[in-house]
Design a protein around this ligand. Sequence first.
Ligand code: PLP
Length: 395
Amino acid sequence: MVSNLNISRRKLLTVSSVALAGLSVNQLLSKAHAQEIQKSVAFSLPMIDTVVTPDQGNPIRLNFNENALGMSPSAKQVAIDAIPKANRYAKAEMPLLNKRLGQHHSVNEDQILLTAGSSEGIRSAIAAFVKPDTQFVIPELTYGDGEHFAKIFNLKINKVPCLPDWQIDLNGIKKAVESHQGFSIVYLVNPNNPTSTVFKTNELELWVTSKPKNTIFIIDEAYAEFVNNPEFYSVDSFINKGCDNVILLKTFSKIHAMAGLRVGYVVSSPDNIKNIAQYVAGEKLNYCGVCAALTSMNDTHFLAYSKKAVDVSRNIMEQALSELGLHYLKSETNFMFHKSPIDLKQYRELMKQNFILIGRDFEPATEWCRISLGTPGEMLYVANVMRELRQKSAI
Ligand SMILES: Cc1ncc(COP(=O)(O)O)c(C=O)c1O
């Protein structure tokens, strides 16, 4: 057991940050690979030259799918400038953000509802559709907040088994809905968490637009901006075609790197929005968060940079996982899901000894590990630690 390792063995398994700091990027990453990454972006990637040197007090945090870049510099400045005005409610600013988000999704302003992060969106969207004999249908492996809130509302949870490699079985989910007599709330996360994979939006569209009776679809697209797969598109396109059985949930916590400022929103039909609005404290949102979100929406340079940095980090991690022969799923997000080389608890502990915090257990995928993608510099450190642990036969 790793937790029982004696001190000298612990030391042996800890990759020296001093040694790492002395290495150039090209020693860690093949020169060709580094050049290829840099060529793929129009602007320079400063953090690719900086291999980080974490320590116990300042570990690399790859356990909550946060955005390690930090928020857009312009949005950050706006948030700072907003602090002296934060004795006021964001009454004037919220309609501006509403309007901007309506434009972004090509819907009317009354089709947007601001929430305190998408967690509030998940809770309030479920609350709005609780009826007698309602089942909450989810894939067996997905983001846990939906199930958490559905249980609080005493809904029957119906978990549908996944296909190989944790792919979402849309047909299975459809059958689970068809075989239920009462109302169904279907909660789907696309791309999914913790698997990082997408399902084909057109397959969902066929089902949603067939208007199955007694069914509402809550689609959580927290990570959509990171997707590269062309078979993915947002369900906002169904909503702006008039589909009223779908609720889209969005957040500023991921691509916008604003997790701590708590801004999210719901997109749906005007009637659904009115219904869901009864369950949120949405007229009173974080003042600094609202101001920053509005600026971040318009900082297209930062948003492109944020995505590209994740692409680069993913590339580094894919290379390391392939080298180590660790099976991973094709990631469309700012995190990756791979087969754990050893018992997950021990793996987590070993990484922690090297100042890297990785994901928790995700039932039922107990042999798999979720690692969020930090900055490229952080991922270079992680990749190197993993290689060294392999050399020591620890993983
Ligand atoms: C799929 C998904 N939805 C929603 C959330 C909640 O995000 P927030 O409440 O910060 O917007 C998360 C957070 O990790 C998530 O992974």
